[in-house]
Design a protein around this ligand. Structure first.
Ligand code: GAR
Length: 187
């Protein structure tokens, strides 16, 4: 059985879909939900599923506290589901090809520093793009540049706003992210 940790900074709707998907799985179990925000709604969602939670500050993460916790919990895979801090390099190196991120756009477009959540959807709207989507990728030392595992697109119309774009992207994320994680569990 693979042990997964989800890192999330906010609402955690993706985390919830993942916990739901794996709750009876024979392959993987969600062993921990960790957040840099003590009041993040994702922690409540985790409690509902009986998944242990862990919170930490940026400073503590940079000092190795999160890495220690993940090692203590014998975590095999780290899943970033709306985690908004830059991950320290020693943490990335501790999970080679075993750290996965979801990005709310079709990378390499709209990636990099400052491109998260609503900022991405606002940039897509401002550019007048006719499609957007999701990218699920492995995490390496360079922001949003790890190996792409999966992408899915959705079309946009002129009527779409950053809010409706966010809804369309979330729908894709919820539909695909748990299954894509599942497909990685053979490794
Ligand atoms: C998701 O759309 C995810 O792609 C995005 O944050 C949102 C979290 O939603 N991640 C990034 O922007 C990372 N660069 P959720 O808390 O409802 O799962």
């Amino acid at each position: 059985m693979k042990r997964l940790a989800i890192l999330a900074s906010g609402s955690g709707s993706n985390a919830e879909k993942i916990m739901e998907y794996f709750k009876d799985s024979q392959k993987a179990t969600i062993s921990l939900v960790a957040s840099n925000k003590a009041d993040a709604f994702v922690l409540e969602r985790a409690r509902k599923f009986g998944v242990p939670t862990f919170t930490f500050t940026r400073k503590e993460m940079d000092a190795g506290l999160l890495l220690n916790k993940l090692q203590e919990e014998k975590i095999d895979w780290v899943i970033l589901a709306g985690f908004l801090l830059k991950i320290p390099e020693d943490l990335i190196r501790a999970f080679p090809d075993h750290m996965v991120n979801i990005h709310p756009a079709l990378l390499p477009k709209y990636g990099g520093k400052g491109m998260y959540g609503h900022h991405v959807h606002e940039a897509v709207k401002a550019a007048g793009d006719t499609e957007t989507g999701i990218t699920i990728h492995l995490v390496n030392e360079h922001y949003d540049e790890g190996k792409i595992i999966f992408q899915a697109a959705t079309s946009l119309t002129e009527e779409d706003t950053p809010d409706t774009i966010a809804q369309k992207v979330h729908a894709l994320e919820h539909r695909y992210f748990p299954e894509v994680i599942d497909s990685l569990m053979e490794k």
